[in-house]
Design a protein around this ligand. Structure first.
Ligand code: DI6
Ligand code: FE
Length: 408
């Protein structure tokens, strides 16, 4: 049977494509799971649609893309959060064997089913806000078997929920206790053994590394990137989050898809990102929770026209949040983004941070038919509400999802 042709009419479109066009009386034609045509309702091309959907004049954007999450984990770190409120720093807690390693112990102890069941509600929370594509990192297993377990859970979440999951291997998140004092050896094992093995199992879409004093050096990150390059895998980096080590400059030179966090970056990093076409992924919820002394260099990033993405960073340590809309609101208030920048950061630029710019993140012919109709009077409301979800209808792969939203 021919693929279904569907007309989605009576919408105010915010396309997030190259020109971020607004089409006041817009319509979309979808064929199968892709967008075939976008434009003014008066100009819909002839072919008779099999189905017609009236979007009631709502604002419609591309499906949201959360380009940086660690949402597969077990347990919480609420106790450490309380310690931080009493004045202990994130780094101090990590150096005394807590922090990421606390979650590593919980993930190693959890069965695959448990890990799935604990992670599913966080994914469901993102989906309820109109997220149709989400990146999920490993990095709390830190053995070959436990990293594989995390990545399998991420893949299986993608099969169980109506969402596209992209997996990222973050075995270089922190040094596991088994390798204490042997960071170079650990990086070698990950680069030479784990990465090819996990990539061979189809579990890895990209490779990430936490480049930081308390984690891995620029030289170690470079070795991992080289191994990824050999396998044809894209790379990204947790860069300049707590200090400036020069990670961004190396990652940009290596053609990374994105550098994420960037609180301690400056003019040189912005210029390097721009030259390389690397996306700057801003993580305002982690900034809010850790309250670092510096914020990402927004003026320089803008001056160099670096593409800015905004992501939730959903994780038990620095960003206990499963809300991309909250991240977008915080990006406006804490980093000074406009609502339009925040929206592009959660659509087109986020897709680019995942290497998916030709498939997702915009309402344009050839893109996935993933879009959201919102109960808002203007697009500004998407960088505005906190703890209120104005999502009306989510369409994924040209199918209307049944996600009840009590606010809509
Ligand atoms: N930076 C972060 O903000 C997360 N990972 C990273 O490298 C935090 C992960 C955690 O604390 O569990
Ligand atoms: Fe992160």
């Amino acid at each position: 049977m021919a693929e279904a042709l569907k007309l989605w009419r009576n919408a105010q479109l915010y396309t997030c494509d190259g020109h971020s066009r607004i089409i006041a009386r817009g319509a979309l034609l979808t064929r199968g799971s892709r967008i075939e045509w976008v434009g003014d309702e008066a100009a819909v091309p002839g072919a008779a649609a099999h189905e017609v959907h009236d979007l009631s004049g709502a604002w419609v954007t591309p499906g949201l893309v959360d380009s940086h999450t660690h949402l597969v984990f077990a347990g919480t770190r609420a106790t450490e959060y309380a310690e931080r409120l009493r004045g202990r720093s994130y780094e101090e807690i990590a150096l005394s064997g807590g922090g990421i390693l606390t979650t590593v112990r919980a993930v190693r102890a959890a069965s695959e089913e448990q890990l799935f069941d604990e992670s599913a509600p966080r994914l469901a929370s993102l989906l309820s806000e109109g997220v149709t594509t989400v990146e999920i990192k490993s990095g709390y297993g830190l053995t070959l078997a436990d990293e594989a377990k995390m990545l399998r859970v991420a893949r299986s979440l993608g099969r169980s929920f109506p969402v596209t999951v992209r997996t990222t291997l973050l075995a270089a998140h922190t040094l596991p206790p088994e390798y204490q004092g042997r960071a170079d050896e650990y990086i070698d094992v990950v680069a030479r053994e784990w990465l090819p093995e996990l990539a061979g199992q189809g579990l890895v879409d990209a490779v990430d590394v936490f480049c930081e004093r308390m984690a891995f050096s620029v030289a170690q990150a470079a070795r991992l990137f080289e191994a990824a390059r050999t396998l044809g895998l894209p790379v990204k980096m947790h860069a300049e989050q707590l200090s400036n080590l020069g990670g961004t400059l190396m990652a940009a030179a290596a053609g990374a898809l994105s550098c994420d966090h960037l609180e301690y970056a400056g003019e040189a990093e912005a210029a390097a990102l721009a030259r390389a076409g690397t996306v700057a992924v801003l993580l305002p919820i982690a900034y809010y929770c850790l309250a670092p002394e510096r914020r990402p260099p927004l003026d320089a990033l803008r001056a160099h026209r670096v593409a800015l993405a905004v992501a939730s960073d959903c994780n038990p340590g620095s960003a206990p949040a499963a809300s991309l809309l909250t991240a977008m609101s915080m990006a406006t208030r804490l980093f000074g983004l406009t609502a339009e920048e925040a929206l592009l950061g959660a659509t087109r630029h986020a897709a680019r941070a995942l290497g998916l710019e030709y498939e997702r993140g915009a309402l344009a012919p050839g893109q996935a038919a993933d879009f959201v109709a919102w109960n808002v009077r203007s697009i500004e409301e998407l960088g505005y509400w906190i703890g209120f979800n104005p999502r009306r209808t989510v369409v994924r792969a040209a199918e209307v999802l049944r996600w009840p939203n009590p606010n809509a």
